[in-house]
Write a protein that binds this ligand. Structure first.
Ligand code: MG
Length: 373
């Protein structure tokens, strides 16, 4: 068996994709796409090791799914590849983009069969459409569309990546260095997922299941005089506000932790440390907006949130509807999906002594239904 490592590039921001979820996090049944692709390729060949190039913010979450090696993506494809190659000593390496989600077994095995020292082996497709270049027709018979996965001799690839010049794939890197690039017949099934319409062309994809995920959050803040009070995104008439590094919106903080809990993205302290000057007097509405984006990015939609505000003072009831509307607008969901409840502490404990407020929140998420767009 040839010694081959697999590098899966899954660090993209999916800017051309046009959906709230990033490509790598589109759920296939109950698995994110990156894991679905990884397990598919792993089922075809026993790779010496597997390295996933990931967005640094997503690595902790990815580790909860798999124990393969994760490396942070660089500022370019080449930098990402160089980072990943530090983790492998195998003779050959296969690099695949997570966007090539449905690589057929025969294609992968054919690549492996052609592995040779110093070579790069790539799938290529002929072009059947009439083609023009610079306003004039050209001989389409001479054109080839290059796909991934591509197989490279590891030592040669490591050496070639030292160049400062940028290349779009390994084949052009090998070609420009005068090394051998070998073409094998590609497959239309290895179509690349770039735009949302491509989702219809990938035949191996599976629709996500309905599996609600719940998260819970709690936050407590004491009062501080001469500070404006903001609660659930709404200014509250009060002689005091909340003592905090940020604006102290204890309701939004509890909600953020509920959202992070449901999505597995950590907690508010990890994302927005209270000793970081960047978050001094931070507007919690902006933090909620960022968290909403992160939660959506990793493949979820927010279906429901419920908050219980435990306060002796101020009176919450007059603000409840405004609060629901404010939170719903920030999260881009309907007001009917956000609930606010209020209760006093019957004059007991620190809440009852009017020293501060406690908020409990839950959030329910579902996998983003990319199949319904
Ligand atoms: Mg807080």
């Amino acid at each position: 068996m040839k010694s081959i490592s697999l590098i899966l590039l899954a660090a993209g921001n999916s800017t051309r994709f046009g959906l709230s979820a990033k490509k790598q996090w589109l759920y296939q049944y109950d698995k994110p796409l990156w894991l679905f692709v990884l397990e598919h390729l792993q089922s075809i060949y026993r790779f010496e090791n597997i390295i996933v190039v990931a967005n640094p913010q997503e690595i902790t979450l990815m580790r909860s799914f798999s124990s393969v090696t994760f490396v942070p993506g660089g500022s370019s494809r080449q930098e990402s590849l160089s980072n990943a190659l530090k983790h492998t000593q195998s003779d050959f390496v296969i690099v695949n983009d997570v966007a090539r989600s449905c690589v057929p077994k025969e294609l992968l095995l054919k690549l492996i069969e052609h592995a040779k020292a110093l070579h790069c082996v790539v799938p290529a497709l002929k072009v059947s459409d009439t083609c023009y270049f610079d306003g004039a027709p050209i001989e389409r018979e001479k054109l080839l569309r290059i796909q991934t996965p591509q197989l490279s001799c590891t030592t040669t690839l490591k050496e070639l990546l030292k160049t400062a010049e940028e290349f779009s794939d390994e084949s052009t890197l090998f070609f420009n260095a005068g090394k051998c690039v070998e073409f094998i017949e590609g497959s239309t099934d290895a179509h690349k997922l770039t735009y949302k319409d491509d989702l219809r062309l990938l035949r191996c994809l599976q629709t996500p299941i309905n599996l609600p995920r719940n998260g819970f959050g709690i936050d407590i803040h004491s009062f501080e005089e001469n500070k404006p009070m903001v609660l659930a995104g709404i200014p509250i008439e009060s002689p005091f506000g909340f003592k905090a590094h940020s604006d102290g919106d204890v309701a939004i903080h509890a909600l953020i932790d509920a959202l992070l809990g449901a999505s597995g993205l950590g907690d508010i302290g990890e994302l927005f440390p209270d000793n970081d000057p960047a978050f001094k007097n931070a507007d919690s509405k902006e933090l909620l907006q960022k968290v909403t984006q992160l939660v959506r990015g990793v493949g979820y939609e927010i279906t429901h949130c419920d908050l219980s505000i435990l306060a002796q003072v101020p009176k919450i009831t007059p603000y409840k509807e405004q609060m629901r509307a404010a939170l719903a607008t920030i999260m881009g969901i309907s007001k009917s999906s956000v609930n606010i409840k209020a209760t006093t502490a019957e004059k007991m404990g620190f809440v009852g002594r009017k020293e501060g407020v406690t908020v409990y929140a839950t959030a329910t998420l579902n996998y983003y239904r990319w199949d319904k767009i």
